[in-house]
Design a protein. Structure first.
Length: 71
C-alpha cells in the first residue's frame, strides 16, 4: 500500500531519547551503514548510534533535529 498522498489518522508526536555521537565532516567521505555504503559531502554529519551503527545526516536536518548534550 502506497501511503505517500494518503491522509492517515492517529499520528502521535515522539521525541528521541537516546544519545548519539556525531562529528561534522570537513571533506567528502564514504561510510558503510546498515543499509549499504553511502557517500557524504563536506559539511554533513557522521553519526554513530546506540549500537555503534554509523550513518550520514545532512547539516540542515542535523541542526533541526539535534542539540549538543554537553556531557
Amino acid at each position: 500500500m502506497n501511503v505517500t498522498n494518503t491522509k492517515i489518522k492517529g499520528f502521535k508526536r515522539y521525541q528521541k531519547t537516546a544519545l548519539i555521537k556525531a562529528v561534522r565532516m570537513n571533506d567528502e567521505f564514504v561510510v558503510d551503514t546498515l543499509e549499504g555504503q553511502f557517500s557524504g559531502k563536506a559539511g554533513d554529519w557522521l553519526a554513530e548510534g546506540v549500537d555503534g551503527e554509523r550513518y550520514i545526516i545532512d547539516d540542515k536536518i542535523f541542526r533541526k533535529t539535534y542539540t549538543e548534550a554537553g556531557i
